[in-house]
Design a protein around this ligand. Structure first.
Ligand SMILES: Cc1cc2nc3c(=O)[nH]c(=O)nc-3n(C[C@H](O)[C@H](O)[C@H](O)COP(=O)(O)OP(=O)(O)OC[C@H]3O[C@@H](n4cnc5c(N)ncnc54)[C@H](O)[C@@H]3O)c2cc1C
Length: 457
């Protein structure tokens, strides 16, 4: 079977490249190969009753399938070049912002209308942060919420399904160059040909991406890993920030090691959740737009970036080992009261029960200092005290810390300013390229490549 364009992966990168291609040239024959299920069949079996922890499904419903890793996320689309990836280094700052705004327009047109756009422009919080050694990064944030994000994906699928051929539960196993140009896309039981191929396999496709780069001689560079904890506290404590900005990305330089610690993925009135990366359980968070689903707590991550280059290069392996340690001690995610951590004692069921913050995730009470390297943990504790100055109560004894939160990044694939590899017609976009780390940047990279391909056809 021969296609003009084959897209590997139906996450935001793949979806937006398909969307834009169909808009620009309705004659193109396009196929999308996706390892996971269609959206409506994506169901994680963990129900907290019969199935309490990960049973390692062959295809993880949280990470794989139509919508990609972000399908059940909080749907926070950050319009900024200050975080979420370095797409702007390839395509320019203005173009990157324009594309993110375009993606936002599409999201609104496909079900996101009425959702709120938050902005750091003209906020007094910036000054308050600076006065306390904290730096607020500039961004606009569209918060779709887990519920509306799902509706947008459903609508985008309904638009695409008659214009693009979908192959679900069909992981691509191998890619090969055709002698006369174009590519062969090889799955378990068939081979398909295309003139152009867009690979958008996200974080879950990182190991596969490495094999493709080896096979097709595409250079790669190791990327960083972010390690830290998820903080959970009463929503009122952070309301000064979240009411105005929803999500604030704040960076703090520690006094002790001059490391940078930053807030990540803030979920006002949200819930802390498990995340499964290659069978390792880490922690994450999300929240719903629908007030009926709000909790009394706000959660956010505090992360420190680690980058290894020589002689040890495996940043992700380092993060995985730390996460494995927490899984070994806690059987999954560990939770600890901040008061217990600073007093050098573990949390237990009783201390958690007696605390004034009710955990939204059933994690194992324990001691994070046995898991997280001292340098990282010291930085996190310093930042909690710094945040306490702008949001008093952050450093309360009952503030909960869940660990570990790890953000894995794909190795950086060598691509040019068209996001094309040294193999003509083979593009690598989204988180799978190591260039983007967010919904908005991944989606924007999809639109960018689609426009380039359409202009060439
Ligand atoms: C719980 C959670 C919450 C998040 N919340 C946010 C948020 O609020 N805001 C934000 O900006 N970002 C968030 N993120 C990150 C965001 O989801 C990603 O940055 C984004 O999804 C990347 O898009 P992508 O298309 O590059 O990759 P992905 O979304 O990972 O999609 C890649 C797709 O490729 C498929 N695939 C992989 N290998 C193959 C193969 N060999 N053959 C065929 N298919 C394959 C996968 O099954 C997957 O569906 C969150 C992530 C998680 C896990």
């Amino acid at each position: 079977m021969k296609y003009d364009v084959i897209i590997v992966g139906a996450g935001p990168g793949g979806i937006f490249s398909a969307y834009e291609l169909t808009k620009l040239n309705s004659n193109l024959k396009i196929a999308i190969f996706e390892a996971g299920n269609p959206l409506e069949k994506r169901k994680c079996p963990i129900d907290g009753v019969k199935v309490k922890s990960c049973i390692k499904c062959p295809s993880c419903a949280i990470m794989n399938g139509f919508g990609g890793a972000g399908a059940f996320s909080d749907g926070k689309y950050n319009i900024t070049n200050q975080f979420g990836g370095s797409l702007y280094e390839y395509i320019g700052k203005n173009e990157a912002i324009e594309l993110m705004k375009y993606v936002d327009e599409i999201n609104l047109a496909y079900g996101g209308e009425g959702t709120k756009l938050y902005s750091t422009a003209d906020t007094k919080i910036k000054k308050m942060c600076l006065q306390n050694g904290l730096h607020l990064l500039d961004a606009q944030v569209r918060h779709l919420g887990t519920d509306i994000n799902y509706v947008v994906l459903e609508n985008l699928y309904n638009y695409l399904k008659d214009r693009v051929e979908f192959f679900f539960r069909t992981p691509v196993e191998k890619m090969a160059k055709l002698p006369n140009g174009g590519y062969e896309v090889i799955t378990a039981d068939a081979k398909y040909e295309c003139d152009k191929c867009i690979i958008s396999v996200g974080r879950s496709g990182s190991k596969w991406m490495e094999t493709v780069c080896e096979d097709l001689d595409i250079p790669t560079k190791s990327n960083r890993v972010d390690i830290g904890v998820r903080v959970e506290l009463p929503a009122e404590i952070f309301s000064a920030l979240t009411d105005e900005l929803y999500e604030s990305k704040i960076v703090y330089r520690t006094e002790k090691f001059e490391d940078l610690v930053r807030t990540f993925c803030m979920n006002p009135h949200g819930a802390v959740v498990n995340e499964n990366t290659n069978g390792i359980i880490t922690v994450n968070g999300h929240s719903y737009e629908d007030p009926a689903k709000h909790t009394e707590n706000t959660n956010f991550a505090l992360l420190v970036a680690k980058h290894f280059s020589q002689p040890f290069k495996d940043s992700n392996g380092y993060g995985e080992s730390i996460a494995r340690l927490s899984n070994m001690l806690g059987g999954g995610v560990i939770v600890q009261r901040f008061g217990d951590l600073v007093r050098g004692r573990r949390s237990n069921e009783e201390r958690i029960r007696e605390g004034y913050v009710t955990p939204t995730l059933a994690a194992t009470p324990g001691d994070l200092s046995l898991v997280i390297p001292k340098r990282i943990l010291d930085g996190i504790i310093e930042m909690i005290y710094a945040l306490d100055k702008i949001c008093p109560g952050t450093a309360n004894d009952d503030t909960l810390l869940y660990g570990v939160e790890v953000k894995f990044y794909n190795m950086e694939v060598e691509i040019d300013n068209n996001l094309e590899t040294r193999n003509k017609g083979l593009f690598v976009i989204g988180d799978g390229s190591g260039v983007t780390h967010s919904l908005s940047h991944a989606s924007a990279s999809g639109v960018y490549v689609a426009r380039y391909i359409a202009s060439e056809k």
